[in-house]
Design a protein around this ligand. Sequence first.
Ligand code: NAP
Length: 293
Amino acid sequence: MELIDGKKVAEGIRAGIARQVAHSIDNEGTAPHLAAILVGDDPASHTYVRNKEKACQEAGIISSVYKYPASLSERELLTVIDFINNDPEIHGLIVQLPLPAHIPSEKIIRAIHPCKDVDGFHPMNLGNMVQGLPAYLPATPYGILQLLEYYKIETEGKHCVVLGRSNIVGTPVSILLSRKSYPGNCTVTLCHSKTRDLDAICRQADILIAAIGQPHFVKADMVREGAVVIDVGMHRVPDFSKGSGHHLTGDVDFGEVSKKAGYITPVPGGVGPMTIVALLCNTLKAFKKEIYP
Ligand code: NAP
C-alpha cells in the first residue's frame, strides 16, 4: 500500500506558486489577491477560512476576509459581492459555505463574477468544465486530479466509483474523470443514497472516491484488493486528548481499508490540503488571466 501524501504534494505546489508570486512582485510590483466572505459563526467555516488565509500568506498571495454576522441580509451580501466584483485589485472571490438559511447560496454563487469565481461553483465555470473549455475547476476535484497526476496513477479505462453527488465534489469529479484526457478516460459510476447494491458496486472500483459525509462508511469488504482509495470525508470527532478537543477522520475506515488498498489518502493530510492549494492555483490563474483573458 502506498500512502498518498496530500500534505507533501500540496507543499510542493504551494512552493511553486510562491516562486511565481515572488517573481511577479519583483518584476511588476503586483501580487494575486483573494477575498473571502464569511457570514455567521460556524466554527468549521471559521477554521476553513483561517486555513485558506494561512495558505495564501505562505504563498505570498494577499488575502482579505470580509466577516459578517449571521443576521446579514441577502441584499447586503449581494452589495458586498458587487463591490468586490468591481475592484480590479481583487482577483479571486470565495463565499464560504454554508450560508445562513435565509440566504440562498445558489443566488449568491451566481452573483460572483465568473472571472473571479476561483471556487469554480458558478454555472458558467461548471458549464465550461463540462464542455472541456477553460474553467476554474472546483477546488476539491481539482486537488484530487493533481494527486492522481503526482502519483502517476493510471486512469484510462479504469472503473472509477464516486460515492456522493454533491455539486462541489461528487458530481464534478465524476465528470472530470470521465473526460477524454489524463487524468480521465475512466468509466465512472456515480452513487448516492438511492443507489442499490452499493457494496457490490464499490468492489468493482479500480478507483474509489468517497465523498458522502458518513464517517468510516467504507469498510475493507467494500474495496477491491489493490484499489486506489480517495477519501474526501472530513469529520470532527470529539477527542479530549487533543489540544483542539477533536481529531479529524474521513468517510473511509482507514485502519482496515489501508491493508487492502493499493493507494490511499489519509485524513487528515490527504485531500484537505490539496483542496486549499487548488484554490491557490485558481487564484494565480485569475491573477494571470489564464482562464478568461
Ligand atoms: P454532501 O453535500 O454532504 O452530500 C453527500 C452525498 O452523499 C449525497 O449525494 C448523498 O446522496 C450521498 N450519501 C449520503 N449517505 C449515503 C449513503 N449511505 N449511501 C450512498 N450515498 C450517500 O457532500 P459533500 O459536500 O461532497 O461532502 C462530503 C464529505 O466530504 C463531507 O464529510 C465533507 O465534510 C467532506 N468535504 C471535504 C472536503 C475536503 O477538502 N477534504 C471538501 C468538501 C467536502 P443524496 O444525493 O441521495 O442525498
